[in-house]
Ligand binder design. Structure first.
Ligand SMILES: Cc1cc2nc3c(=O)[nH]c(=O)nc-3n(C[C@H](O)[C@H](O)[C@H](O)COP(=O)(O)OP(=O)(O)OC[C@H]3O[C@@H](n4cnc5c(N)ncnc54)[C@H](O)[C@@H]3O)c2cc1C
Length: 355
């Protein structure tokens, strides 16, 4: 029996859920916020993720006229020197440096082409009426048996149903775009510093993202933030050489914490992507997991509507297994940086209490 689902948020997770449902003959409406100007964090798809994207969405999504191949990662982590991981030796080949706005727009177009009703609007309220949900956006209302919250890290309509949010850190990324410097390469560069770690990623439009990941309480607020950030950029050994700023551009602040909700689904609702579990940006895992588990969620809702009561518990169990692996890997990477003793960002990650 086909079901009707309303998916809120037309990012990678929402598109993956909607397409998986439509492919199985269900009625999926995808509502994405209109006119939202977003700044992107310079996302990279790691090796292998391109194959997943192509297998789920088709080969028109990763157009190499729009996105650039990523040839590796260089990291000064645990040492002043850069160590290069070149993807040429990787069995899954290169990764991708994405134009995120173009990537998301292409996913939404693909969803429309696969039979999803794509609506550009902003959801205001979600209410339960008998066994249906009523989703009210700015310009219209929709009714459906299922609602999926794929609105990203902010926490959307199911905050209370999904229980507490477990947060493992208070990370933020302070992100600015620079002109590409002479030393910039087609790879991401990472460098640890006393206040956290920097990354720089080339964008397909020729600029570079320069981002400092730190804890929210360690960076000053307001007008003091930009000079603090630029001072730390100049003090970095490698990152400072990769981009050039015409002026002291202020960084934008992106939430970059790791966390998850208590429950990822309930009667007629589920969470997808960062709304369910958000990952440390160090892992470059956010997009690929949002897409993989979003697609699996669409399949699980389809199974559930035919009376398969195991589908959603299995999906949630696997999602939490990924979280456990992620937390283990994150701890391992932190343990390999043994410098910066006495600095709050690193002491917290070693379990040292502040004195
Ligand atoms: C600093 C940083 C660096 C990162 N680097 C990488 C990386 O290199 N590689 C990687 O794979 N991942 C990376 N990530 C993670 C990645 O950005 C996210 O995991 C990914 O965007 C999650 O996709 P999503 O669809 O769940 O959410 P989002 O991409 O946040 O999409 C949510 C969508 O919902 C819409 N929305 C919100 N509220 C409403 C509403 N009320 N009504 C309608 N629409 C709404 C938003 O406009 C948005 O389009 C990084 C994250 C950060 C913070």
């Amino acid at each position: 029996m086909p079901t009707t689902a309303i998916i809120i948020g037309a990012g990678p997770a929402g598109c993956a859920v909607a397409i998986a449902l439509a492919d199985r003959g269900h009625r999926a409406s995808l509502i994405g916020a209109a006119g939202v100007r977003r700044t992107w964090a310079g996302e990279t798809l790691p090796p292998g993720a391109g194959d997943l994207v192509t297998s789920l969405f088709g080969d028109q999504v990763l157009d190499d006229a729009v996105h650039n191949p990523a040839y590796g990662v260089r990291a000064a982590w645990g040492s002043d020197d850069l160590t290069t991981t070149d993807f040429i030796a990787h069995p899954d080949g290169d990764g991708w440096h994405l134009d995120r706005a173009a990537f998301d727009a292409r996913l939404a177009q693909t969803a429309a082409a696969r039979g999803v009703e794509v609506i550009t609007d902003h959801v205001r309220t979600v209410t339960r009426d008998g066994d249906q949900w009523e989703v009210a956006a700015s310009d219209r209302s929709l009714r459906g048996e299922w609602v999926v919250d794929a609105t990203g890290r902010g926490g959307g309509p199911f905050r209370s149903l999904a229980g507490a949010k477990h947060v493992y850190d208070q990370q933020v990324a302070l992100v600015a775009l620079a002109q590409r410097g002479r030393s910039a390469l087609a790879m991401t560069t990472i460098e640890t510093v006393p206040d956290g770690w920097w990354y720089s990623t080339p964008l397909p439009d020729g600029r570079v993202v320069m981002a400092l990941v730190t804890d929210s309480d360690l960076a000053p607020q307001g007008d003091a933030r930009a000079p603090w950030w630029h001072t730390r950029l100049r003090a970095s050994r490698h990152i400072s050489r990769l981009g050039e700023f015409p002026s002291a551009t202020p960084p934008t602040v992106h939430a970059a914490g790791t966390g998850h909700r208590d429950r990822l689904w309930g009667e007629g609702w589920a969470l997808a992507g960062d709304a369910a579990i958000s990952w440390d940006p160090l892992s470059s895992q956010g997009l690929v997991t949002a897409i993989l588990m979003g697609s699996r969620l669409g399949a699980a809702i389809g199974r559930c509507s035919t009376g398969d009561s195991d589908a959603l518990p299995e999906w949630e169990r696997d999602y939490f297994m990924l979280r456990d692996e992620h937390l283990g890997l994150r701890s391992y990477y932190w343990s390999t940086e043994e410098r910066w003793i006495g600095h709050a960002f690193w002491d917290r990650r070693r379990g040292v209490s502040p004195s």
